[in-house]
Design a protein around this ligand. Sequence first.
Ligand code: NAD
Length: 492
Amino acid sequence: MIKMPDGKLFIGGEWKNGSGQEIVSIFPVDGSINCTFKGASQEDVLEAIELAKNAQSKDSWLSLKPYERAQYLYSIADGIESNIERISQIQTRDTGKTLSETSALARSASGTFRYYAALLESSDDSLTSQRSDSLTLSVYEPLGLISAITPWNSPIASDAQKVAPALAAGNAVLLKPSSWSPLVSLELAKIIESSGLPKGLFSVLPGAGSEVGSLLVEHPDISKVTFTGSTSTGRELATQAAQKLMPISLELGGKSPAIVFEDADIDVAISGVMFGIFSSTGQSCIAGSRLFIHESIYDEFLERLVNETNKLIVGDPYEKDTQVSSLIHHDHRDKVSAYVDRAIGDGGRILCGGKAPIGAEFEKGAYYLPTIIADVKSSSEIVQEEVFGPVLVVMPFKDEGDVIEQANDSQYGLACGIWTNNFPKAWRVARAINAGTVWINTYKQFSISTPFGGEKSSGIGREKGSDGIRAYMSQKSLYIDLTGKPHQWANL
Ligand code: NAD
């Protein structure tokens, strides 16, 4: 078995014991303890901020040319790539995710560092068009200290999505992972340390959101917060950021619609819908958790979907064939289960799942079966709230106008899937749906070069893509006089 990290925190470039609340990392598949250690305290955060300020303002970072900063990012990408086995093992222990998923997340994190390194080689400042006797330029500068606050569902990938562009931009980064999944972020710190990045530019501070997280938002030296997590926490942080007039980017929750038209390729649609909701055991911000099926194929499609869902392999995340593993934590499983119980109370009909799997191998784990619920009202809690588990609600629709109205009847606007063989229809519906990302005849596909973010209560701002570095920079305008003459206003 892989050796777990020793629980020391990476504070200002040094490995130290934290002095905050105790963190217990568990393997949710059987409840066994991976390790117990002290998280960061507010004093640890203050120390990391002071060291970050010092390191970020030094010539050894601030004066580096972009292509020189890129070398660190390439080295981090290489470091992740050569440690994929260890990283994915640690993340599987810490989250219960399947090994195939955690390896993919580690590869994606490496790709993110490589992408931003490559962008640094080609990101130009610009000469603006000349309209006076001045040469006019627009240049980008780092913001300073960035607080990156991440959730537990895909830690290494969401850490990389923030840390890579923020470092690329010339900032220092203070990363606060969730207390339910801190280990892989500490492992990332080891790799970043090995890249030779100047000490102090990067710290990892797992700890309580209300204590460590809030200081990382409120502290006057923090220039920007980049947050991924729930909508309720995001709202709190946005209020704090507003008091400081500090920029904040928010990647929040979702309740994304999956829409199947009568002319869709049924196999393509069924596999896409299942992957969209049940992969990652439904613990995905973009999960397609509201399924709308055209009324003419409703019964037939649903019957096949339920049959296929019942065949999904639920079990040990280390087994190659496992498709659905345990949830992150027993407390989270209980929350998911309570949502389903309340949906039944609201008149929902369980078509499959609706309970934990039965068997000795599941007894100690935070398992919950892939669940499909029909006969739900669109105003009900199960249709409107993010469950963040393997729970799909299904509803029929009459026509294009009806499904656009139903799909947009949500506070969220993160993602959407549309299955149809009619391209003009796909185009019209995709443009009419309030969502940051729309997939057509597929679901949950990602590319680091394509921006990602939400509308409405799903967030503010975009991550990824070629503008990703600029999100961590401020723009400065320069006017350089070309005449060499005194200003005529002064009559000299
Ligand atoms: P959460 O909001 O509870 O916590 C997210 C992070 O914020 C954690 O590190 C937590 O410790 C910290 N935090 C909590 N309270 C805080 C406070 N007062 N001040 C500062 N930090 C605080 O979310 P979670 O349960 O860890 O993650 C699940 C949520 O994340 C879901 O809603 C999911 O949709 C969302 N998510 C969104 C995206 C996206 O890209 N849109 C991606 C992944 C997850």
